[in-house]
Design a protein around this ligand. Structure first.
Ligand code: 13P
Length: 250
C-alpha cells in the first residue's frame, strides 16, 4: 500500500531577517521542479509571514505562524491574533510549542483556547506536546503526553484539519533524539487518544515528530509507524538541509 503523504513543517522560531526569504524561495523553486509528494510548510517569524507568502505565491509551500493570541484583537501589546496571521497570509499555526509553554507559562487550557481561535479564523493548528527528560527518566512520557493531548485539544477540532506534533523537550535543539521505538510508542498513544476522543476522525490527523530532526536521521524517523511528518527547527533554516529532510519523506 502507498504510504500517505508526509507533512514536513519548518519552524524558523525567532530567526530570520529579509535575507532568509531566499532560503524559502530556494525550497519552493526546487519543489516546483521536483514534484515532491510531501506537504511542506514554512513557519517564519510573524514579521516575515506576509513577505514569505508573497515570495512563494503560486507554489506548493504553505506558510504558517508560530503562535497566536486567543483573542482576535484588543489591548494585548506585542501579541498577534489568529485573524492577523490569516490576514498576513498564514494558513496554519503552531500552537503550544514547549518554548511557549515554558517561557510564557502557557497551560493546556491556554493552548486549547488558542486552537479555538485558530479554527475560528480558518487556520489549521499544529498542536505541540512533549515530555521533559525527568518525565521520560521516570517512565511517565506517555502519561504526560496523553494528558497534554486531552487538555490542549478542544472538542471543536472534531471534523477539522489539524496536526499534533510530538516534541520531547529534551530532544529540541540538543542533537539527541528518542529511539524510533520510543517515538512509535508515544505516537501510538497519541493516536489512541485521538481515536478515543474523535472516533474514526481521529485517524486522519497527522502526528509529526519534532526534536533534532536532521538530514541524517529524517528517513528513519519518517519511516517509523504513525509518524506522519516532521516539525523541524534548526535544520529548516537552510534550504539545502530542509530539502534533504523533505526528500527523505519519499
Ligand atoms: P530543532 O529541530 O532545532 O531541535 O527544533 C525542534 C522544534 O522545536 C521544532 O518546533
Amino acid at each position: 500500500m502507498k504510504q500517505s503523504v508526509k507533512m514536513i513543517v519548518g519552524n524558523w522560531k525567532m530567526n530570520g531577517l529579509a535575507a532568509q526569504i531566499d532560503e524559502a524561495r530556494e525550497v519552493d523553486a526546487v519543489l516546483r521542479s521536483e514534484q515532491a509528494e510531501s506537504r511542506v510548510v514554512i513557519c517564519p517569524p510573524a514579521t516575515l509571514i506576509h513577505r514569505v507568502k508573497m515570495a512563494l505565491e503560486g507554489g506548493r509551500v504553505e506558510v504558517g505562524g508560530q503562535d497566536c493570541h486567543a483573542e482576535s484583537c484588543g489591548a494585548f501589546t506585542g501579541s498577534a491574533s489568529a485573524e492577523m496571521l490569516a490576514d498576513a497570509g498564514a494558513t496554519l499555526v503552531i500552537l503550544g510549542h514547549s518554548e511557549r509553554r515554558d517561557a510564557f507559562r502557557e497551560s493546556d487550557a491556554d493552548v486549547s483556547a488558542k486552537v479555538e481561535s485558530a479554527l475560528a479564523y480558518g487556520l489549521e493548528p499544529i498542536i505541540c506536546v512533549g515530555e521533559r527528560s525527568a518525565d521520560r527518566d521516570t517512565g511517565r512520557a506517555v502519561e504526560v503526553v496523553t494528558a497534554q493531548v486531552a487538555g490542549s485539544l478542544p472538542a471543536s477540532l472534531e471534523g477539522k484539519a489539524f496536526a499534533v506534533a510530538y516534541e520531547p523537550i529534551w530532544a529540541i535543539g540538543t542533537g539527541r533524539t528518542p529511539t524510533t521505538g520510543e517515538i512509535a510508542e508515544v505516537h501510538a498513544a497519541i493516536r489512541q487518544a485521538l481515536v478515543d476522543r474523535f472516533g474514526e476522525g481521529g485517524r486522519a490527523a497527522p502526528i509529526l515528530y519534532g526534536g533534532s530532526v536532521n538530514p541524517g536521521n529524517a528517513a528513519a524517523i519518517l519511516r517509523t509507524p504513525d509518524v506522519g511528518g516532521a516539525l523541524v527547527g534548526g535544520a529548516s533554516l537552510k534550504a539545502h538541509d530542509f530539502l534533504a529532510i523533505i526528500r527523505a519523506a519519499h
